[in-house]
Write a protein that binds this ligand. Structure first.
Ligand code: ASP
Length: 287
């Protein structure tokens, strides 16, 4: 496994992307990818790479996570995030947090804790005690760049052969206060396991959770290649009339991307590629 080959891919959500926002979304994905790529190139860990990339996407108001989070039915922001270390199967996740700039940092701080998921005020108190930056006021909903879904995520493989995954979201606009989607649920919105691969999803959270979509993709990765594993999202999403997009890496760092949403913003890079590749894919593409 420790063959020295790194790989990384990020996504900026499965959604409809207005033409005017295509370039900025692309640029946001590439900036996050570059930050993660630099960590991996220098021999850093997949876990650091996914956390850093997702933090940057949370800081970009054009994505529905962190500062760009959309409003729920009460006009409030509630954010969810999850991260997983494929080497240890440690998972950290937070849900319904309102005061954190970077929910993925709180999820990362949870990784070595016995609990997998903390919600609301408990999650915020844990973040505070871990020294994670908190806003004095609840985060305000973004207006710029708002669209149906545009959760963010990243999967990476480091030179030591370890994989990691992270997903972060402001959820679906207009949902009930207290609603938790797939993003902080392992096996639903993300998963990572050394020797198999890593996956991060975006899309209709309830459908992703009901079909354990990340778990299905991981199971497919055990027996098929990265591209074929990515397309396993199509059947369950079609059955529920839902939309999703997936990024994944297999154990060797081969990349798979697929979506059935109108658009999917993503970027990827791996050892030996001369440049990063960025895309806003339209209409059911798969890599
Ligand atoms: N999956 C996210 C959720 O349901 C939304 C998204 O992907 O944009 O919370």
């Amino acid at each position: 496994m420790a063959d020295g080959r790194w790989a990384i891919t990020v996504h900026g959500g499965a959604c409809r992307i207005p033409a005017a926002l295509e370039a900025p979304r692309r640029e946001g994905c590439v900036a996050a990818l570059e930050a993660g790529r630099m960590i991996l190139e220098r021999g850093g860990s997949a876990l650091d790479a996914v956390k850093t990339a997702v933090c940057l996407l949370e800081d970009d108001p054009l994505f529905n996570a962190g500062r760009g989070s959309v409003a729920n039915a009460d006009g409030e922001v509630e954010m969810d995030a999850g991260i997983m270390d494929g080497a240890t199967l440690d998972v950290g996740a937070v849900a319904c947090v309102r005061f954190l700039y970077n929910p993925v940092e709180a999820a990362h701080a949870m990784l070595r804790e016995p609990s997998v998921l903390l919600v609301g005020a408990g999650a915020e108190a844990f973040a505070r005690s871990s020294g994670i930056a908190e806003s004095m006021e609840a985060m305000r909903p973004a207006t710029a760049g708002e669209s149906d879904h545009d959760t963010v995520g990243c999967v990476a493989r480091d030179r030591a052969g370890h994989v990691a995954a992270a997903t972060s979201t402001g959820g679906l606009a207009g949902t009930l206060a207290g609603r938790v989607g797939d993003a902080p649920l392992p096996g639903c919105g993300f998963y990572a396991e050394d020797g198999i691969g890593a996956v991060s999803l975006s899309g209709d959270g309830e459908a992703i959770a009901r079909t354990l979509l990340a778990a299905r993709v991981m199971r497919a990765l055990e027996t098929t290649g990265a591209s074929a594993a990515a397309t396993t999202i199509y059947e369950p999403m079609a059955r529920l009339g839902a939309e999703a997009g997936v990024i994944l890496l297999d154990r060797d760092g081969a990349i798979g991307i697929a979506h059935n949403s109108p658009h999917f913003a993503a970027a990827y890079a791996r050892e030996g590629m001369s440049a990063v590749s960025d895309i806003v894919w339209k209409d059911h593409h798969a890599l």
